[in-house]
Design a protein around this ligand. Structure first.
Ligand code: AR6
Length: 171
C-alpha cells in the first residue's frame, strides 16, 4: 500500500494541475455556486454534458448525498472532476458520517480512475454551512483513515481562515 501525503494550498481549485479535482456539487449535478460554479465556468460545457448524461442514465433521481461520480475535467488542467454531494449542516442532526463518506467515496472513485494526485475543497463548508474547523477535522481524519492508492491529497482552501483550519488539523 502506498502512503498518502496530505498537502495544503491556499487558492483556487480550478487552477490546480492534478489528476482529479473534487467538486462540492449538489444532487442535481447540474451546477450551482461556489466551487461547483467555478468548475463549470472554467471547465467549459463538456463537464455539464456528461453530468446531464449521468442524470439521464444512472442517476435519474440525482446523485445521493455522500456519494461520488467522475466526469471529464473539460478545459481544467486536470483529467477528471469527481463530483460529490456534501450534506447541508444541521444543528438538529449529526450528518458527519455523510460528510466523511464524501471523502471516502471520492477516494474510491479516484482509485478506480488510477488518479494519483487529487485536489479537494472544503466540502460542505461554504453554501452548505458546515463550521470550518469541524469540516477540516472530518476531512483530515477521514482521508488519514482511508485506504487508497492516491499518493497526494491536496486540500485547496480558498481563504486564509480555511487554510488555517486545515493546517491546525495537520499539526
Ligand atoms: N476553489 C477552492 N475553494 C473554493 C472555491 C474555489 N474556486 N470557491 C469556493 N471555495 P461551496 P458546499 C470554497 O459553497 O458548502 C453549490 O451551489 C468555499 O469558500 O462551494 O459543499 C453547489 O452546487 C468553501 O470554503 O460548497 C451546492 O448546491 C468551500 O469551497 C452547494 O454549493 C465549499 O463551499 C454546495 O455547498
Amino acid at each position: 500500500m502506498t502512503t498518502t501525503t496530505l498537502t495544503l494550498v491556499q487558492g483556487d481549485i480550478t487552477e490546480q494541475a492534478v489528476d482529479a479535482v473534487v467538486n462540492a456539487a449538489n444532487s442535481s449535478l447540474l451546477g450551482g455556486g461556489g466551487v461547483d460554479g467555478a468548475i463549470h465556468r472554467r471547465g467549459g460545457p463538456d463537464i455539464l454534458a456528461e453530468c446531464r448524461a449521468l442524470r439521464a442514465s444512472r442517476y435519474g433521481r440525482g446523485l445521493p448525498t455522500g456519494q461520488a461520480v467522475p466526469t471529464t475535467a473539460g478545459r481544467l488542467p486536470a483529467h477528471w472532476v469527481i463530483h460529490t454531494v456534501g450534506p447541508r449542516f444541521s444543528r438538529e442532526e449529526d450528518r458527519s458520517q455523510l460528510l466523511a463518506s464524501c471523502y471516502r467515496e471520492s477516494l474510491r472513485v479516484a482509485d478506480e480512475l488510477g488518479a494519483r494526485v487529487v485536489a479537494f475543497p472544503a466540502v460542505s463548508a461554504g453554501i452548505y454551512g458546515w463550521p470550518m474547523e469541524d469540516a477540516a477535522r472530518i476531512a483530515v481524519e477521514t482521508v488519514r483513515s482511508t485506504r487508497t492508492t492516491v499518493e497526494e491529497v491536496r486540500f485547496v482552501l480558498f481563504d486564509e481562515r480555511a487554510y488555517e483550519a486545515f493546517a491546525a488539523q495537520l499539526r
